[in-house]
Design a protein around this ligand. Sequence first.
Ligand code: SF4
Length: 361
Amino acid sequence: MDKRIYASYGQRPAELVKELLAEIDAAKDIPSGARIGLKPNLVVAKPAREGATTTPELVEGVIQYLQDHGHKNIAILEGSWVGASTQRAFRVCGYDDLARRYRVELVDLQKDSFHPRRVGDLEINVCSELDRVHYLINMPVLKGHCQTKITCALKNLKGCIPNQEKRRFHALGLHKPIAYLNKAIKTDLIVVDGLNGDLDFEEGGNPVQMDLILVGKDPVLIDSYVAQLMGYHPSEIGYLRLAAELGVGHLFDADTEVVVLRPAENTRRLSPSRAVERLARLVQEDQACSACFGSLIHALARLGEQGLLQRVPRPLVIGQGFRGKTGEGFGIGSCTRGFTSHVKGCPPSARDILEQLAGLK
Ligand code: SF4
């Protein structure tokens, strides 16, 4: 399996994703006439800016790429979480409009039939629509989760099972069934919406702007990279290890290559939620790239969860405005290399920031 992840930073999702797909020549793996399933995350009926759902412009870029390569049989598949209406999510999140403009099908998996697929000692009911799909593109949001810490590619497939199975997954503790589900359903390509995913809840409310899009073919590799971007070690996410043991993919390691097509830049900042603003008060910022600032916010949130926010050194500086400057203080990212100490990287991952901050006495 390809041990590369492709990344671009920016605020033009359709353009950036087309560039990434062209870079990996995604079309070469898709059989002619294939029915292609796009699986966004539309867990609730909230616009993408709130941090829970996949940005429609990102899906639009994927559709444009596929149609430009002659693929016309495209369906957007989703079953929102228990208690939410997928139809409403399609409307509120902008997918009704998208489907109309590009003549793609919208499939509400909450209304689909299902049948069991066996993986080891577990039988999992999977929506029948998945049998009709020849090539599956998983389009999750990079975001936090109150039970599993992160949710991204592996957990996004939970939208492909019926509601009663979703309830059973919770009763089974989530980790094992999520890993096994990814053995039952093969993902061909992953496009991660890391533009503005939530800090700690899958239903959104505290989006953290990172302006990031990731593309890869290995959901375990992608998710273990994402775990680090959010301040976790992959071993802290139970389903990652289980999925790797099942052969779903490889954990991120020293052999993994992250190919960055468009580096982080200082982009227009969206207005932060109250929780993000509270963490941002600890920071002295001057022209920070959103990705760098987002990493720091994730790291501070994790530090706060451990009750260690009092360890945050002052001043804590970040941003291109500190390039070439020297001084007392703790810096985030290579722009602040002139300060007493700094976390290397451009941008550094939340995991790297957290390790250095947590190590301070
Ligand atoms: S180190 Fe500087 S240039 Fe690099 S992501 Fe951070 S702020 Fe941007």
